[in-house]
Write a protein that binds this ligand. Structure first.
Ligand code: ADP
Ligand code: ZN
Length: 647
């Protein structure tokens, strides 16, 4: 009798049930069928080939382009007692030979191979001598010539099908758009494959956009309030932005490292390894960082600059919260971002056709930022999915945004741009509108134009928001070459003439004042954390927070969920320290020992013996044997100190 999938899931991985389409996918592959799996990051793709590889005789061959991460994937599997290995250019000749030998003798359940290695005649010949359970093609979107991750070797992977037509193939990707999907099917000859398309929603990620003001200060407030002890990624557009932000955070007492293409390969490798292994750590990076980062407990992704497209934004934010626990996607955005990106596109060498597409993408990004509707609905709609109701877990849902009739304000602003000769940036224009006593204004004689002082009904902050929205809507433009001067566009005219009404969003409270994400988040179940990150301030969610659902999309917003309960928090920190020590001793990332979900359940259920411990999510047979005694001892020692019984 071959082992049953559910049995493997429980015994090897320590999970209770399959998620979503996993069971159907796995059955199909075990039965020998080809499949194409489209699932968002964190959806649980790896199990879809790992379990069939264990259930079918022979070795599962996994093609993966991410050499730097193979080691970690293999380490994680070995921790589960799975016989796994990898073959890539990072190995010595002897090491590679040993792995090849093991393949032929059937020593592995799973073998990870870089595509260029797989395609060598030498390796193909080895496969001929070996028993193969399946071929898994990870990051299958790498066959797409139009994508950013194109790998020429991927195109040749259809030879697997030609050479071993009876071996099932499973292609996996988190990129779902129609074009890419079609390319995958064609190039990998997957016409016969069954397709499994999951929802791309990531309900545990909370989306939020703030009006950029002093971005680093804003970031700092956000981190202090919500992520004082967490790992996360901060994305910046430029290398300089990365360096300065990392330094700034470091100066403010956070552990932060830079990552960008200007650093040597050695430093990048070191920083990436630190991000996976040290806990907590903030990676400040350009978008060069992140593909294939499997770290499950990235608690936030912050953008200090506007991404170029929603595709990129969704991919980058998707790196948060793979473990399903609450995570944040936070974006600071302002007029200058928009101007810089528009200008970047216009001044690029690309063809007109290409520029049009890029502008179109940027406009979708701006639409997301400026929306008064549920952000998740906007995002999913862009990717062709309909979310029937507002999500309840984004900023516009949590604090509905008012819109207002901005027709008059828009006319005043546009008129002011015109009267001052379309040569000035937003700060100057706002000073004119407010009638500020400013020597520069006097020297240009702009204290005598008709729009001087006609905007006193709004604050500088509000005018900033108006100007930003006018540019986002194309009713004005920014000339970056002209030092950010605002100009009128063809579309300004009907507004100026009063023929077109303008509705604007009222940006939620400006900086300084407590915002919607202060003390009372999502129905006030923040367990006492709130703005005072990590410290208990007596305003306690109490046991409620502790008992909150595990894969909590809402409710208590912290991975531990124990901030209101010092006794539980002490155990949580104790278990974290134990995990860290065990990981360090083996030079492994801590999450490879146990994930946050497991630690959280340990605090909730306080197992007293192996039987109880084996019921906890993520505790499979091998980990029980390896680490069970240590964790049981920690729980017991904690109970002895705190006089709270286990069980
Ligand atoms: P993907 O490759 O799709 O981004 P992963 O395979 O890394 O996602 O899975 C994301 C997380 O969810 C991992 O920590 C994994 O162990 C966990 N996971 C996957 N399937 C299940 C399941 N059925 N039950 C519990 N946890 C699961
Ligand atoms: Zn929403």
């Amino acid at each position: 009798m071959p082992p049953q999938p559910l049995d493997l899931l429980r015994r090897v991985f320590g999970y209770a049930e399959f998620r979503g389409a996993q069971a159907a996918i796995i059955d199909r592959v075990i039965a020998g069928g080809d499949v194409l799996v489209l699932m968002p990051t964190g959806g649980g793709k790896s199990l879809c080939y790992q379990i069939p590889a264990l259930a079918r005789p022979g070795t599962g061959i996994v093609v993966s382009p991410l050499i730097a991460l193979m080691q970690d994937q293999v380490d994680a599997l070995r921790q589960l007692g799975v016989r796994a290995a990898f073959l890539n250019s990072s190995q010595t000749w002897e090491e590679a030979r040993a792995v090849e030998q093991g393949l032929v003798t059937g020593a592995f359940d799973l073998l990870y191979v870089a595509p260029e290695r797989l395609l060598t005649e030498r390796f193909l010949a080895l496969l001929d001598q070996s028993r193969i359970a399946l071929f898994a093609i990870d990051e299958a979107h790498c066959v797409s010539q139009w994508g950013h991750d194109f790998r020429p070797e991927y195109i040749q992977l259809n030879l697997l099908h030609e050479r071993w037509p009876q071996i099932p193939r499973i292609a996996l990707t988190a990129t779902a758009d129609h074009l890419t999907r079609r390319e995958i099917v064609e190039r990998l000859a997957l016409q016969e494959a069954e397709q499994f398309l999951s929802s791309f929603d990531r309900p545990n990620i909370r989306y939020r956009v703030v009006q950029k003001d002093q971005p680093r200060r804003q970031l700092l407030r956000f981190l202090r309030a919500e992520h004082a002890q967490d790992s996360g990624i901060v994305y910046c557009l430029s290398r300089r932005g990365v360096e300065e932000t990392a330094e700034f955070l470091h100066g403010e007492g956070f552990r932060a490292l830079p990552y960008h293409a200007g650093l040597t390969a050695e430093i990048r490798r070191k920083h990436q390894a630190a991000f996976l292994r040290d806990d907590p750590l903030i990676m400040v990076a350009t978008i060069a960082f992140g593909m294939g980062i499997d770290k499950p407990d990235v608690r936030f992704v912050a953008h200090l600059d506007l991404p170029k497209s929603l595709e990129g934004y969704y991919q980058e934010t998707g790196r948060a919260g793979r473990d399903g626990l609450p995570a944040n996607a936070w974006l600071a955005y302002g007029l200058s971002d928009m101007a810089a990106l528009r200008n970047f596109i216009d001044n690029s060498e690309a063809e007109e056709r290409f520029k049009r597409v890029e502008h179109h993408r940027l406009n979708a990004m701006l639409g997301y930022c400026e929306t008064t509707a549920c952000r998740r609905q906007v995002l999913l709609k862009y990717f062709g999915e309909e979310l029937p109701r507002p999500c309840g877990n984004c900023d516009t849902c949590l604090e509905p945004v008012q819109s207002w009739d901005g027709t008059e304000a828009a006319r005043k602003a546009l008129s002011c741009i015109y009267r001052t000769g379309m040569r000035f940036g937003s700060n100057y224009l706002i000073d004119v509108l407010l009638g500020k006593d400013n020597p520069r204004i006097k020297s240009f004689g702009h204290d005598r134009v008709s729009t001087f002082g006609i905007g006193r009904e709004l604050s500088a902050e509000e005018w900033k928001s108006v100007l930003r929205q006018l540019v986002a809507a194309g009713l004005a433009s920014v000339d970056v070459a002209g030092h950010g001067a605002l100009k009128l566009t063809e579309q300004s005219r009907p507004v100026l003439r009063g023929e077109q009404a303008v509705r604007l969003r009222r940006d939620p409270r400006p900086r300084g004042r407590p915002g919607p994400f202060g003390r009372d988040q999502a129905g006030g179940r923040d367990g006492g954390g709130g703005r005072y990150g990590g410290r208990s301030d007596g305003h306690s969610g109490g046991r409620e927070g502790v008992l909150g659902g595990d894969r909590a999309g809402r409710g208590d917003r912290r991975p531990s969920g124990f901030e209101g309960d010092p006794e539980a928090l002490a155990l949580w920190e104790r278990l974290r320290a134990l995990r860290r020590a065990l990981a360090q001793a083996q030079n492994l990332p801590p999450y490879v020992i146990f994930g946050d979900i497991t630690l959280r359940e340990l605090v909730r259920h306080r197992p007293r013996d192996e039987e109880e411990l084996s019921q906890i999510t993520g505790v499979g047979a091998v980990k029980l044997e390896r680490y069970g005694a240590d964790f049981l001892a920690a729980v017991a020692a904690h109970a002895a100190e705190h006089g709270r019984p286990a069980g």
